[in-house]
Design a binder for this molecule. Structure first.
Ligand SMILES: Nc1ncnc2c1ncn2[C@@H]1O[C@H](COP(=O)(O)OP(=O)(O)O)[C@@H](O)[C@H]1O
Ligand SMILES: [Mg+2]
Length: 260
C-alpha cells in the first residue's frame, strides 16, 4: 500500500470563522470547524439556528459575509461539481421520469453521463427497474433514494445532505440511514449531514457538531467513537445512550442561551 500523500492530511472542508447575514439579520457567527477526508460529520441544533444557511454556504449556492469555506484548501465561491447535494425535498422534476431526472444535470452541462456508474447506483439503492417511473408514482423514500443517485452520479468527493430523511417515517428513515452508511463504506465520500434526529446523527457520524441558536455558532463537537457498521446492538449500548444524552443536553443548553 502506498503512503498517503501529504494532501490527504489536509481537511477536506474547512469552515473558517464563517459568518452569514441576511441584510441586518445575522444567521451565523464565526462558525469554525473542519471535516476530514472520508469523515461523516452531522450538524444538529435548534430549528432556525442556521444549519441550512451553513450547508448552502458549503455548497457555494450562496456566499458568506465573513470568514471562508475551503474545499481541499481552495475557497468555495460557487457551486462545485465535486460537491453533491441532497435536500429535504427530493426536488425531482415531476414531469420527467427517474432516468430523465438523473440525467438532467448532464443535459445542462453537456457532459457525458457515466451510465455504468448510474446503473450501479440505481441497483445499489434498490431502484433498478424504476428508471421509467414518474416521481409522483414513487414513495417518499424512493424519491429520496433517486435524489441520492442523482447527487452521487457525478462522483462528488463531498456529499452535503440537509435533513434528507426528515419527512420519512421512522422505519424508512432507519433503512435510509443504513443505506447511507453502506454507500459511504463503499465510496468513502466525505459527508456533511444535517438532521433533527440525534439518533440519526449518532448512527451515521464520526463527529456531531452542535450549533447554538441565533446567530448559529459552534456550541460543541462530539466524537462518536463507535465501531462500524453500527448494528442494533451497538445502537442499544450504554455508550450510545450516554452520547445521545450529552448531545441532547448541549442542544437544550444552546436553545436556552438563544432565548436569553
Ligand atoms: N433568505 C433568507 N433571508 C432572510 N432570512 C433568512 C433567509 N434564509 C434563512 N433566514 C433566516 O436565517 C435563520 C436561519 O435559517 P436556516 O438556516 O434555515 O435555519 P435551520 O436550517 O437551522 O432551521 C432563520 O432565522 C431564518 O429565518
Ligand atoms: Mg434547515
Amino acid at each position: 500500500m502506498s503512503e498517503p500523500k501529504a494532501d490527504d492530511q489536509r481537511p477536506k472542508l474547512e469552515i473558517d470563522k464563517v459568518s452569514k447575514a441576511y441584510g441586518d439579520f445575522l444567521a451565523l457567527r464565526e462558525c469554525d470547524f473542519s471535516v476530514a477526508r472520508n469523515e461523516i460529520v452531522s450538524i444538529v441544533g435548534p430549528s432556525g439556528c442556521g444549519k441550512t444557511t451553513l450547508l448552502w454556504s458549503m455548497s457555494g449556492l450562496h456566499g458568506v459575509s465573513g470568514g471562508e469555506i475551503r474545499l481541499d484548501g481552495v475557497p468555495i465561491t460557487k457551486p462545485h461539481r465535486d460537491i453533491g447535494l441532497v435536500f429535504q425535498e427530493s426536488n425531482l422534476l415531476p414531469w420527467r421520469n427517474l432516468r430523465g431526472n438523473i440525467l438532467f444535470p448532464y443535459e445542462i452541462t453537456g457532459e457525458t453521463p457515466d451510465h455504468d456508474w448510474i446503473a450501479h447506483l440505481l441497483e445499489r439503492v434498490g431502484l433498478k427497474g424504476f428508471e421509467d417511473a414518474m416521481p409522483g408514482a414513487l414513495s417518499g423514500g424512493m424519491q429520496q433514494r433517486a435524489s441520492i443517485v442523482r447527487a452521487l452520479s457525478q462522483h462528488p468527493s463531498v456529499l452535503l445532505m440537509d435533513e434528507p430523511f426528515g419527512a420519512l417515517d421512522s422505519f424508512t428513515r432507519e433503512d435510509m440511514n443504513r443505506l447511507v452508511e453502506e454507500i459511504w463504506l463503499e465510496s468513502k465520500t466525505t459527508i456533511v449531514f444535517i438532521t433533527h434526529s440525534i439518533e440519526e446523527a449518532v448512527f451515521l457520524s464520526d463527529r456531531v457538531v452542535v450549533l447554538s441558536g441565533r446567530p448559529g455558532s459552534v456550541a460543541a463537537i462530539h466524537d462518536i467513537d463507535l465501531p462500524r457498521p453500527r448494528t442494533d446492538e451497538v445502537m442499544a449500548s450504554r455508550q450510545v445512550f450516554d452520547l445521545m444524552n450529552a448531545i441532547k443536553g448541549g442542544i437544550a443548553g444552546a436553545r436556552t442561551k438563544a432565548a436569553e
